[in-house]
Ligand binder design. Structure first.
Ligand SMILES: [Zn+2]
Length: 267
């Protein structure tokens, strides 16, 4: 059986990817990294998912990243911002060059176990603020990874043109257990429902037409996202498009802005 390595964060995207490549018949080796992230409970979920579907799993300590590169994801003195991903404030969640460091180490691991393929779950929704999730980055690194060893390791990123909603649709087909995934950037007991990561997750479930099985601090947030259907009225849709044009923002950004304002108001 051909071996494949996958970087598994314990979030929705990489967990879906894990199911995807397992179904393709690879002997899968999942690796996760601890880099001081506040939301390190994702690692516990990664572990559970792997044991549930019988996949090898290793967690590597990368806390040096936290020391070298401050981010709201790792530092207690920097707050995780609330709001949509496209907002300027979300840039505080960038861990500089995280993906290159992880992919580089994952390549070493792949070579050491004789795997020829290395998968990672970067997707289109990430590109707005995470430069190392861009397709251009993946494409350029693909070449370096191919050349770093005589064996020619292949870097694959099948979700690069998909958004999180498309990934959730794929996960629905693959029967991914999303209860064992964690997305919220705050390291609380329950998902906050307000940070960019939570909002994007809720949007994805809405697009896939399935209910998010995890619990939120305010359970109503789920229902509100699911039931909110501002697409129904053509006139409203046109108005939102106009507003988006005027503010030079995307349509989905405007929708989210309106949604989060409404969700905030009802509290
Ligand atoms: Zn959150």
């Amino acid at each position: 059986m051909e071996k494949a390595v996958v970087i598994l964060s314990g979030g929705m995207d990489s967990t879906t990817l894990l199911f995807d490549i397992k179904q393709q018949g690879y002997e899968v080796y999942a690796i996760s990294f601890y880099y001081g992230q506040k939301h390190n409970k994702e690692l516990g979920y990664a572990e559970k998912t792997c044991s549930e579907i019988g996949v090898n799993h290793k967690v590597f300590n990368l806390s040096i990243l936290n020391e070298l590169a401050p981010s709201a994801l790792t530092r207690d003195d920097i707050e995780v911002p609330e709001g949509h991903y496209e907002e300027e404030s979300m840039k505080a969640t960038v861990v500089p060059n995280r993906n290159m460091v992880m992919l580089s180490l994952a390549t070493s691991y792949a070579i050491s176990i004789g795997a020829k393929k290395l998968y990672y779950g970067a997707h289109a929704g990430d590109h707005a603020i995470y430069p190392d999730c861009r397709k251009e980055f993946a494409e350029s690194l693909k070449e370096s990874i191919r050349l770093c060893d005589w064996e020619g390791i292949e870097l694959l990123y099948p979700y690069i043109d998909m958004d999180k909603g498309d990934i959730a649709i794929r996960g629905k087909e693959l029967l991914v257990n999303y209860k064992l995934t964690w997305t919220c950037y705050k390291g609380e007991e329950l998902a906050c429902g307000k940070c960019g990561a939570c909002q994007e997750r809720l949007e994805a479930f809405k697009k896939a037409g399935i209910e998010d099985p995890i619990k939120y601090m305010d359970e109503n947030v789920k229902e509100k996202f699911m039931n909110k259907s501002i697409y129904l009225d053509k006139e409203i849709e046109e108005k939102i498009k106009e507003m988006a044009n005027k503010e030079q923002r995307s349509f989905s950004y405007m929708i989210n802005k309106i949604l989060s304002e409404e969700l905030g108001d009802s509290k």
